[in-house]
Design a protein around this ligand. Structure first.
Ligand SMILES: Nc1ncnc2c1ncn2[C@@H]1O[C@H](COP(=O)(O)OP(=O)(O)OP(=O)(O)O)[C@@H](O)[C@H]1O
Length: 230
C-alpha cells in the first residue's frame, strides 16, 4: 500500500538546508495498523506529510498503491489524496459553523454527490462512531473525544484505503484516548490501513507495529503485543 525506498527530505533554511529525513525505507501493507514514534524534531510529521501527498520528497522513491509518486502537480496530488487517503489531526480541524453532520458530509461534496445523499451517507458514518444523536450539534457543543469521533467519521466517509492520523489523541484525556484508539482498532479490523503518529507509548502499544524514528532515520521497526493477539 505504502512503499518508501531511501527517502530523503531537506528544508531550505536561508542559504543552508536542514536534512530531516535521511534515507527512510518503509513498507506498509494493506490492512496494517502502524504507529510512528520519535522525539520532537525526529521527522515524524515530515514523513506523514510526504506519505499524505501534502509535501514532496527530494530523493528516493515513494509508491502509493503501486503508483510511483514523482513530479506530481497539485491537482493530481489532490485527486490521489481524495481517492486513497483520509486524514485525522490532533486539533480535529472541524469547521466551527457547520454541524457535525455537515462536517462529515463535506468531503463528499468534492465527489459530486447530491446534498441529500451526502447527508444520508454522513449520518451512517456518524452512527458508526456512536454520534448519530449529535448530528445537528456544532463542534463547540461537543467534547474533545466527540470532536475527534466526528473527525474520524469525516476521514472515513470517502472510504479511503489509508487513514493517516497525526497525534489523534494528543488533545485528549486518557479515557477518551482509549475510546478513540478503540475506534481506530475497529476501523483496522474492517481492513483499513491505519498510520498514526504519536509520542505516547500507551497509544503506540495499541497499534500492531511501532516504527521508531531518530534524527531522520528508522532505528527500530517491531510488532507489538497487540499484533500477536489472535
Ligand atoms: N516547513 C519547514 N521548514 C523548515 N524546517 C522545518 C519545516 N517543517 C519542519 N521543519 C524542521 O524539520 C525537523 C523535523 O520536523 P517534524 O515536524 O517532521 O518533526 P516531528 O518529529 O514531527 O516533531 P514533533 O513531534 O515536534 O511534531 C524539525 O527540526 C523542524 O523544525
Amino acid at each position: 500500500m505504502i512503499k518508501i525506498e531511501e527517502l530523503h527530505k531537506s528544508y531550505p533554511i536561508g542559504k543552508d538546508s536542514l536534512h530531516v529525513l535521511k534515507g527512510i525505507d518503509l513498507h506498509i501493507k494493506e490492512g496494517e495498523f502502524v504507529s510512528i514514534m520519535g522525539s520532537s524534531g525526529s521527522g515524524k510529521s515530515t514523513l506523514l506529510n510526504i506519505v499524505g501527498l501534502l509535501d514532496v520528497h527530494d530523493e528516493g522513491n515513494y509508491y502509493l498503491n503501486g503508483q510511483l509518486i514523482k513530479d506530481m502537480n497539485e491537482k493530481k496530488a489532490a485527486q490521489l489524496r481524495n481517492k486513497f487517503l483520509g486524514f485525522i489531526f490532533q486539533s480535529f480541524n472541524l469547521i466551527s459553523y457547520k454541524t457535525a453532520l455537515e462536517n462529515v458530509a463535506l468531503p463528499l461534496y468534492y465527489k459530486g454527490i447530491s446534498r441529500k445523499e451526502r447527508l444520508e451517507i454522513a449520518l451512517e458514518y456518524l452512527d458508526k462512531v456512536g454520534l448519530k444523536d449529535w448530528a445537528k450539534h456544532l463542534p463547540n457543543e461537543l467534547s474533545g473525544g466527540q470532536k475527534q469521533r466526528v473527525a474520524i467519521a469525516r476521514a472515513l466517509v470517502t472510504k479511503p484505503k489509508v487513514v493517516l492520523a497525526d497525534e489523534p489523541t494528543g488533545a485528549l484525556d486518557s479515557t477518551t484516548t482509549d475510546s478513540v484508539m478503540d475506534l481506530l482498532k475497529d476501523i483496522n479490523d474492517e481492513g483499513m490501513t491505519v498510520f498514526v503518529i504519536t509520542h505516547e507509548e500507551e497509544v503506540a502499544e495499541q497499534t500492531k507495529r511501532i516504527v521508531r524514528l531518530k534524527d531522520g532515520r528508522i532505528i527500530s521497526d517491531e510488532l507489538t503485543k497487540a499484533a500477536k493477539v489472535v
